[in-house]
Design a protein around this ligand. Structure first.
Ligand code: UDP
Length: 320
């Protein structure tokens, strides 16, 4: 297959490139590098099956030759990023989805949308099943991401129903691993960077809010299986092991031997109180479930960040 991966220079996108190239496919990446970085794909330069195009996918898209599948992964994905880039976040979820769907239709390509657990907002149903419609504040600071992704799902289903396009929608829950930006503001890189610098970890609110963290290799496997399946309706992909942020902070301090403790900072507006995927559907339809424990995944991620910090190698920050 020849695949187009938007956001392919980002965290998940670049791991997808590795996976599809390893399976013998050809990959074209489109990324405007506002949160992605060429550092994530520099090891692929020179591979004849790989191409990088610096492009904003909210603009007119042209790709020469056949395209068998389009994976739309371009978007700021950290709450800090979408606070700083609210219009770009809305545009890539809305216009970017429309443009990539249009291209998929023209190329008669399979279409895969990277959606998110944020479509459930601050959920009133717990754990979250795919048939829950969510509790989203459209005008809050997170609304730019949540509503863009909800629109993206609606648009994808419309192309499926109206144009008969073959589509997939993954609702991706908190994922972590190597290639996250050290300064992207999300809890995993924040805590690891703070712990490695022997600083106290910044717990927002009282830390009783929960998240469920999925290691990147499990996520990529889930995405790969969903693409290969024929499931058109959204599927949750994530790790159902849920924990409070304060327990998570203590775990990171324990693994890194950080004795600096915790500091408490205000809880960001509309921060979901709880989040945990119900993955019954993924188990049944994709025969998939996470295999990497939190402790194992964290150790690998910590070593990766440690190497970045100690070698003083420029971090894989985005250009913007
Ligand atoms: N959080 C925290 N300290 C940090 C960064 C995040 O306590 O330094 C909390 C945040 O308030 C949220 C959770 O960790 O409850 C996960 O935040 P993240 O930004 O990773 O993504 P989210 O799951 O909210 O999209």
């Amino acid at each position: 297959m020849r695949l187009l991966i938007t956001g392919g220079a980002g965290f998940l996108g670049s791991h997808l490139c590795d996976r599809f190239l390893a399976e013998g496919h050809q990959v074209v990446v489109m990324d405007n590098l506002i949160t992605g970085s060429t550092a994530n794909i520099e090891h692929l330069a020179g591979d004849d099956d790989f191409r990088f195009v610096k492009q904003d996918v909210t603009e007119y898209l042209y790709v020469e030759g056949t395209v068998d599948a389009i994976l739309h992964f371009a978007s700021p994905a950290s709450p800090i990023d979408y606070l700083e880039l609210p219009i770009q976040t809305l545009k890539v979820g809305a216009l970017g989805t429309h443009k990539t769907l249009g291209l998929a239709r023209q190329k008669q390509a399979l279409y895969f949308l990277a959606s998110t657990s944020e479509v459930y907002g601050d959920p009133l149903v717990h754990p979250q099943r795919e048939d829950y419609w969510g509790n989203v504040n459209p005008i809050g600071p997170r609304g730019v991401y949540d509503e863009a992704k909800r629109y993206a799902e609606a648009m994808t289903m419309a192309y499926h129903r109206y144009h008969g396009l073959d589509t997939r929608i993954a609702r991706i829950f908190n994922t972590y691993g190597p290639r996250m930006r050290l300064e992207d503001g999300r809890v995993v890189p924040n805590f690891i960077a703070q712990a490695l610098r022997h600083e106290p970890l910044t717990v927002y609110g009282d830390g009783s809010q929960t998240r469920s963290f999925c290691y990147v290799s499990d996520m990529i496997e889930g995405i790969y299986r969903l693409l290969s399946s024929d499931e058109v309706e959204p599927v949750n992909i994530g790790n159902p092991q849920e924990m409070s942020i304060i327990d998570f902070a203590n775990l990171v301090n324990e693994i890194t031997d950080n004795s600096a403790g915790l500091v408490f900072e205000p809880l960001p507006e509309d921060d979901p109180r709880v989040r945990r995927p119900d993955i019954s559907k993924a188990r049944e339809v994709l025969d998939w479930q996470p295999a990497v424990s939190l402790e194992e995944g964290l150790r690998t991620t910590i070593s990766w960040f440690e190497e970045r910090l100690t070698t003083g190698r420029p971090d894989n920050e985005g250009a913007g």
